[in-house]
Unconditional design. Structure first.
Length: 272
């Protein structure tokens, strides 16, 4: 079964937050308990992660995910990347599958990001990038960098992926279209560039996952009104709001949503 799993449905502070606790969220509703945002995608025999949040280890264990074919990065803010070291466990899994004490060339874990974001990964986490030679894997991840460009499709396994640019966040962010609309994942954003919106309006979007950090529009994030405006323009079959902050109580958001739209919660599984 082709599927997407919302590994974490929370914004950068998670819910409850250290500073403000549950905020406007009902503490009695478990759907309001949120780890930091991330998505798992499984189409055919190919398995992918989108971002590696600081909560990645617990998310992978909760969903029994031991290995993926690649990791796609939307951008390099801390809540989307700080779990990168936990990918070391997947190198162990690769090593078990292919045998031997060392990880042979070509058996690294592939990661995908724009040149700007890959440079940031190299600057902050240089030790995780594979050096294309036989390497011990017991002390750190071995990740093979792959540079992607907006509107230039690439394939991972049997999945065709198109990166799309988004704007309005403090840094440029990258969204992803899987198999020409089976799934579209929108990153942190405040507005869709005209070329991005035009493309999404042309294709048949089955499931659209997009962030709703706050019900109200804020300086770097689209609010409910902006999101629903784009939903109306793109006309996807189903929409999931994720990256929910402490102002986004699950039931409150749900009541504001049209019939084909709903908020996410941790470990939500979506059939594609």
């Amino acid at each position: 079964m082709d599927k997407a799993v919302i590994l974490g449905s929370g914004a950068a502070p998670g819910v409850p937050t250290i500073s403000d606790g549950w905020g406007k969220c009902d503490a009695g509703n478990e759907k309001n308990r949120r780890s930091r945002a991330g998505v798992y995608v499984e189409i055919g025999n190919t398995k992918l992660l989108i971002d590696t949040s600081a909560d990645l280890r617990n998310q992978l264990i909760a969903n029994n995910i031991r290995l993926v074919d690649g990791v796609l990065y939307t951008h390099t803010h801390a809540d989307h990347i700080m779990g990168i070291d936990d990918l070391r466990a997947m190198n162990y899994t690769i090593n078990q599958l292919f045998g031997g004490v060392k990880n042979p060339t070509g058996k690294f874990l592939n990661i995908y990001a724009t040149a700007t974001h890959m440079a940031e990964i190299r600057h902050r986490f240089g030790y995780v990038l594979a050096d294309e030679k036989e390497t011990e894997i017991t002390h750190h991840p071995q990740l093979k960098p792959n540079i992607i460009e907006p509107f230039k499709p690439f394939c991972v396994g049997n999945i065709k992926i198109l990166p799309l640019p988004f704007a309005g966040h403090p840094v440029p962010t990258t969204g992803y279209v899987f198999d020409e609309g089976k799934l579209v994942v929108v990153p942190d954003y405040k507005l869709m560039p005209p070329q991005t919106l035009e493309y999404l309006q042309k294709i048949d979007v089955n499931v659209l996952i997009m962030p709703l950090t706050d019900i109200k529009e804020c300086i770097y994030h689209a609010g409910m009104d902006i999101n629903l405006k784009y939903v109306d323009m793109i006309k996807p079959k189903k929409v999931i709001f994720t990256h929910l902050g402490p102002a986004c109580d699950y039931e409150t958001v749900l009541k504001m949503c049209p019939e084909n739209v709903c908020p996410a919660y941790d470990n939500l599984m979506i059939e594609l």
